[in-house]
Write a protein that binds this ligand. Structure first.
Ligand SMILES: [Zn+2]
Length: 248
């Protein structure tokens, strides 16, 4: 699933989580506060995209505590405050705290989906046509026709073999031309890359899967821990929906 980031900024906000998916605390300056939300000069809150939901967390300032319950993406990245909580003023310095439990579950789930799509492509030749994820549960749709008997069980085994293989997961940016030179870089049935995109962010599961992607991921397949193929649904001709669940 591709939410493609061509830069390390969204509007006026430097996106710290793209550089380092492990940042959970950061200091920032408040640039704007409006009904749209709070705009910071830098943030480690993943704003949502590419199927990965946004982070939750809080901002602390002068002994105050403002919960962040979502992110609105417009010209700027607007952190959505909990309605009853105090708001920081423009110019204030705040400490941002990202909810680590939710984020790490989403990183594991997102990486599990890339692993699944890599296995299904390698062993069954099918491409992803859609998907969705919540912390610890997710689905991918594939353009997959007939499946062999015991497909669900063998897919479960194949995926967990790749988890155990402890494959490194790395992210990097490439110029568009170089990215397109990688075979199968767009592991979706449709080409989602905008024409004007010059730099492509790549998520690489070493030896298994290379995709253009803007999400946050764990650094090794081992961190996904056990992933269960919960369900394989036949949604019509050449359309299979695979549901996964991860343990806590
Ligand atoms: Zn993805």
């Amino acid at each position: 699933m591709s939410n493609l980031i061509s830069m390390d900024h969204h509007g006026r906000t430097a996106r710290l989580e793209l550089e380092d998916a492990n940042i959970r605390r950061f200091t920032a300056q408040v640039l704007d506060v409006s009904s749209e939300g709070i705009v910071l000069d830098r943030s480690a809150f993943y704003p949502g995209g590419g199927g990965q939901p946004p982070d939750f967390g809080a901002l602390t300032f002068d002994g105050n505590y403002c919960r962040i319950v979502g992110v609105r993406k417009g010209d700027d990245l607007c952190l959505i405050p909990n309605e009853e909580d105090p708001l920081p003023s423009v110019g204030a310095t705040v400490e941002g705290v990202v909810d680590d439990v939710r984020r790490f579950q989403l990183m594991r789930t997102h990486s599990a989906l890339h692993l699944l799509s890599g296995v299904v492509f390698r062993d069954f030749g099918a491409l992803v046509t859609g998907g969705n994820m919540e912390p610890l549960s997710a689905r991918l749709d594939f353009n997959l026709g007939e499946v062999p008997p015991g497909f669900k069980e063998s897919l479960d085994e194949l995926c967990n073999l790749e988890v155990s293989a402890d494959r490194a997961i790395t992210t990097y940016s490439l110029p568009r031309q170089e990215a397109f030179a990688i075979p199968d870089i767009i592991r979706t049935a449709k080409n989602l890359l905008p024409d004007d995109l010059e730099i492509v962010r790549i998520v690489d599961i070493n030896g298994l899967d290379v995709q253009a992607d803007g999400g946050t991921h764990v650094s090794s397949t081992l961190q996904i821990k056990r992933m269960r193929i919960a369900k394989v649904e036949n949604k019509g001709k050449g359309f299979r929906r695979v549901k996964i669940e991860l343990e806590e």
